[in-house]
Design a protein around this ligand. Structure first.
Ligand code: SAM
Length: 314
């Protein structure tokens, strides 16, 4: 591989760093950059240092991983090398790699992420599975995704159910902006409406009271006792609004459970993601409300209780 032909080169004699200092643009061996990056991330305790350095090099150099590793003699200009080093430094400070790259895969779809939204987690795909399960053969369902964040859940469901109509809500206007971009990039804008506001309140304009088939949500659920246990990647970089679930982590769940019966049709489903030690108290809360049938609990791929579902009585 000729580095000049395939990698982003800067042809200026020198460029400046954030402080205005001149950075030399001598070509740098890519293999050296890779080794330096891996050493830096390992020293910072990053678990998958090799994989992440390859991703960050792809981002900084604008070439595929294959090209990076195919030619051990390739070199890149000093400007591109400096960009790569800046990304390594940010990752070494535990900034999540998804925020540095700007995307995360969810249910096989590419989802834009910014620091305004939670990074979609693989276990949340279970909410999508559970929604598809309760919809069964009902392809034209009305579905609401509360606390949509990046919009990953609503977009994934819309892609699988081509006749479903969806509404997605979030309190954060910045999250709503990201969700709308994900709706557009996945070409489901004709069927997914993203609305800003508190939990189910934005539905007032949708005219769907008493007719919704499924309300699905991954609300904030970090309990007060869990904060000291969170890794810095999460606690210092992901939005507090997306994480903080109040003293026991179930503050938003209880509010959604109280509000949902007004919007669900009789027999419609409420499907909520939960964290540690939350399945029993949430199931008891749903039971005590008298509005729902028996709660069902599903485990994620690690065997942890992850999703609680209940059907509106009526
Ligand atoms: C755990 S994140 C889930 C994001 C996304 N659904 C996912 O699964 O990746 C929770 C989201 O709830 C939003 N949120 C927090 N409080 C809210 C409220 N009162 N009303 C609506 N959205 C809220 C946050 O902004 C955040 O985007």
């Amino acid at each position: 591989m000729s580095a000049g032909a395939t990698m982003r080169e800067d042809r200026s004699a020198a460029c400046r760093d954030a402080q205005g200092a001149l950075i030399p643009t001598e070509p740098v061996p890519v293999a050296q950059l890779w080794r330096d990056g891996v050493a830096q991330l390992r020293a910072a305790g990053i678990e998958h240092a090799e994989r992440e350095v390859s991703w960050l090099l792809e981002e900084a150099l604008g070439v595929s991983r294959l090209a990076i590793h195919a030619d051990g003699t390739a070199r890149v200009g000093g400007h591109a090398a400096e960009q790569a080093r800046r990304l390594f430094a940010r990752r070494a400070q535990h900034e999540p790699v998804q925020y540095l790259l700007g995307t995360q895969d969810f249910c096989g779809l590419t989802c834009e992420v910014t620091p305004a939204v939670l990074i979609p987690r693989p276990e949340t795909e279970l909410l999508v599975e559970e929604t598809l399960r309760v919809c069964g053969s009902q392809r034209s369902a009305r579905i609401v995704d509360v606390c949509t964040g990046s919009g990953c859940i609503a977009v994934a469901i819309a892609r699988v159910l081509p006749d479903a109509m969806l509404w997605a809500t979030d309190l954060s206007q910045q999250a709503v902006d990201v969700a709308r971009r994900n709706v557009s990039r996945n070409r489901v804008e004709a069927r997914v409406t993203v609305l800003q506001g508190d939990l189910l309140a934005p539905l007032a304009s949708a005219g769907v009271a008493g007719s919704v088939d499924v309300i699905v949500s991954n609300p904030p659920y970090i309990a007060a006792w869990e904060w000291p246990t969170l890794p810095p990647d999460v606690a210092e970089f992901e939005p507090r609004l997306a994480l903080d679930g109040g003293p026991d982590g179930l503050r938003a769940h209880r509010r959604i459970a109280d509000l949902a019966p007004c919007w669900l049709r009789p027999g419609g489903w409420l499907i909520l993601e939960i964290g540690q030690k939350q399945s029993v108290p949430l199931a008891e809360y749903l039971q005590a409300s008298g509005a729902y049938g028996d709660a069902q609990v599903r485990q994620d791929f690690r065997g942890m209780d992850r999703v609680v579902s209940a059907q509106r009585k009526g």
